[in-house]
Design a protein around this ligand. Sequence first.
Ligand SMILES: [Cu+2]
Length: 125
Amino acid sequence: MKSLKPAYLIKLLLLCVSLFFIQPSLAHAKLTTANPSANAVLQASPKELAFTFSEAIELGFSQFTLMDSKQHPMAIAKPSLDATNPNQVHIQLAQPLVAGVYEVQWQVLSVDGHKTHGNYDFTVK
Ligand SMILES: [Cu+2]
């Protein structure tokens, strides 16, 4: 460590500090609203799943999975982008969901090239 010049260390330190502050301020696609929403308790099956992100989504590099109560992935339609809002994704449900707890798992690539992911549950009574 003695061979490192202080100027180099200071530059390295500044780089680390700037990365630390810049990283969170970059725009990533955060899930802003979902329907059904996280922890929703529905009296009837939804007809579709809808997700709105904070940024436009690259659908071809994004993945949505709906897990049933037994944590098995369900067959769902291909996601489609909203006709007017590139931040919004719709997934039609082929058949009504039976009563149970469902988990949505999402992983998206936003147009700025960043991947984000998350998951949440909702319940159909
Ligand atoms: Cu980003």
